[in-house]
Ligand binder design. Sequence first.
Ligand SMILES: Cc1cc2nc3c(=O)[nH]c(=O)nc-3n(C[C@H](O)[C@H](O)[C@H](O)COP(=O)(O)O)c2cc1C
Length: 202
Amino acid sequence: MFYDPRSEEHGLAHSPWTALVVPRPIGWISSLSADGTANLAPYSFFNAVSGVPPFVMFSSAGRKDSQSNIEETGEFVVNMAVADLKDALNISSAPFAPGIDEFERAGLEKAACRNVRVPRVAASPVALECVLNRVVPLTARDGTKVRSEVIFGEVVGIHIADEVIVDGMLDITRIRPLSRLGYMDYAITDDVFSMARPVLEE
Ligand SMILES: Cc1cc2nc3c(=O)[nH]c(=O)nc-3n(C[C@H](O)[C@H](O)[C@H](O)COP(=O)(O)O)c2cc1C
């Protein structure tokens, strides 16, 4: 099958779009409102986009609380989504009103950050402290304003739980990251293999 999403229906029972770029890492974004209420929500249009210096991005479909908070305070934290915290992550995706502390609603303890005021999820093995770099609105080629805007952050602090470091490397089987597939589906990464890159002999 083929369809042009600008002008044609896909013709399937459910839109295939979220199943086409998978698995997606989930940025579990914590932020603080200007009045100090903690906020937490998952975003799977998320990724690392630069290594040195490290930058991340996520995309918000409409101006949700996370984006509003980040624009107000200039800070956020990306907590790693892991299998052991999947139910809390799901709860944190509910459309709670601003002013509701989503850590409390999801039964999660907060831990302090060092270079941002935003709290991190204490139980998550990895947290990236970020400062807002820029918000990029998207515009389609025909000039239509797209609902989603992309938030870029510069990573200014990295927390890694000592228990997941083995022989100087992160042991993914101890972390068991959670990722997003299409529809309502998720995957847990716990089966890993290594492959050396080819060396070309001139
Ligand atoms: C696994 C998962 C991934 C999600 N990814 C996104 C995303 O990439 N962009 C988005 O706008 N909403 C996404 N959502 C929905 C938001 O988490 C949801 O709208 C949430 O209430 C936003 O919270 P906030 O208003 O506190 O920022 C996702 C939800 C789940 C469960």
